[in-house]
Each structure stands twice: as C-alpha cells, then as structure tokens.
Design a protein. Sequence first.
Length: 136
Amino acid sequence: MAWWAILLVERGQAPGKGLLALPGGFVNPAERIRDAAIRELREETAISDGKGQIPPAMLASFIEDSRTRVFDAPTRSLRGRIVTHAFLFRLPERRKLFAVKGGDDAAHARWYRFGDLSPDMLFEDHWSIIEEMADL
C-alpha cells in the first residue's frame, strides 16, 4: 500500500480525552450534514495553506461523494445513539501537507501516517471507520 496521511485530532474532553479521533461533531439545527462536516473540519483543525484557512467551497470540492458512508450501529458510542455520516476528503497531492492545529474541543490536530496507528489509539469505532473509508 502506498504511503498516505490521515488527519486526526486528539480529543480534549471526555469521553475519550487523549485518544485520537476523526474530526467531526454535531449538526446544527438549520445545517446540512455535508456543511456540518466542512464546518467541523475547519473548527477542529484550522486546516490552512500559505494563504490562510482553506475556504469551505474548496474543502467541499475535495469530498469524494462515492465514498460517503453512514455508521449507525445503535451501541457504537458511549455517548448514546450517535449516527455518523463520514466524508472522505481527498486532498490534492502536494509537497507539504496543509497546516493544521487543534481548535474547538480538539486538544491537538496533526497528520498521521496510517501505518503508525493502531486501534487502541483511536476513540470508539474510529479505527473501523478509517478502515472502511480507506477500503483497506
């Protein structure tokens, strides 16, 4: 498998404080799920390039719609009934990865090499989500 990086945040609050997680959060009442995914990515990682934070429309262009998945097992989260709509953002190849830093409820944000991760490092079922999204 070719080397690839995945953007993860360190959870700053319980449950799962200190564990790695996919950036994400809850949908606001008047918000579309896709827009919430983009908003949460920006809030939790401040993903940026040399010109500043990546605009929502540009991030939206990186979503691979065919790879969108729903994770809805009733007992998948200690927080109660949580349904996750996962979006794969395939960023353009570049010499230097986009800059990121933790924000909102994320203690840290950084790029990880998939081969350096293990299931015990990740919050709840996020390892399984990554495996399915990456189609490993």
